[in-house]
Design a protein around this ligand. Structure first.
Ligand code: FMN
Length: 207
């Protein structure tokens, strides 16, 4: 039930307390929870730059069409879909499968081959989609974890991706599906009504 309540109360919040600073440890705890998100073959193709110093937030705001929340929030995550993650992570992922008894050595090699071939080459469109979709699940988990721990968040894709990559040293082949502002709700602010949602009759069909 708590999970349902967290889903219901999460909102994209534009009212951050600009004087509040989350500790790195608190953010790291949220990242650890976010990393419990499911991912293709458990490859976990996400990376994060946590931007929390005033100087770097200023730089990020310039890359994000001057959105004030970038500086007002306690921190802003640059969520990255790591297109090199299949090559970088698969060995560790498969070793874990063997250690935990999910697969024997032979089956593990099979997993490595299949997974390695399934998501295309690092620079392919397929690989970018793979990285972005999994990083998106991570991002959602982060927002829910933050909400559950009493913080508020705001996802953003209003930014110049090339500019962010250049300013924050992110390999140009990787993808940046979104930024997430996180912090404490500003005392005295009040949220407008939740924005409309389409009903399942409109977006779902049952077969
Ligand atoms: C991937 C993504 C990117 C978004 N980018 C922005 C943004 O750049 N600026 C902004 O003000 N809101 C942005 N939003 C917030 C949406 O407008 C918001 O989620 C939507 O209106 C629904 O409101 P809610 O999140 O409060 O339920 C983004 C949301 C998502 C999921």
């Amino acid at each position: 039930m708590e999970a349902i309540q967290t889903i219901i109360t999460r909102r994209s919040v534009n009212f951050f307390d600009p004087s509040f600073r989350m500790q790195d440890k608190e953010i790291a705890e949220l990242l650890e929870l976010a990393a419990l998100a499911p991912s293709s073959y458990n490859i976990q193709p996400w990376e994060v730059v946590v931007v929390r110093s005033p100087e770097r937030k200023k730089v990020l705001r310039e890359c994000a069409f001057n959105q004030p929340k970038v500086e007002e929030a306690s921190a802003v995550l640059i969520v990255i879909g790591n297109t090199d993650s299949v090559e970088e992570n698969l060995d560790d992922v498969v070793r874990d499968l063997v250690e935990k008894g999910y697969a024997d050595e032979k089956a593990a090699e099979g997993v490595k081959k299949t997974a390695g071939g399934f998501y295309g080459l690092p620079e392919s469109e397929r690989r970018k989609i793979f990285a972005a979709k999994n990083a998106g699940l991570f991002a959602m988990n982060f927002m829910l974890a933050a909400e559950g721990n009493g913080y508020v968040t705001h996802p953003m894709d209003g930014f110049d991706e090339a500019k962010i990559k250049e300013a924050f040293g992110i390999n140009t082949g990787k993808v940046v599906p979104m930024l997430i502002a996180v912090g404490r709700f500003k005392d005295g602010a009040s949220l407008p009504d939740r924005k409309m949602r389409f009903s399942p009759e409109r977006f779902a069909r049952f077969e």
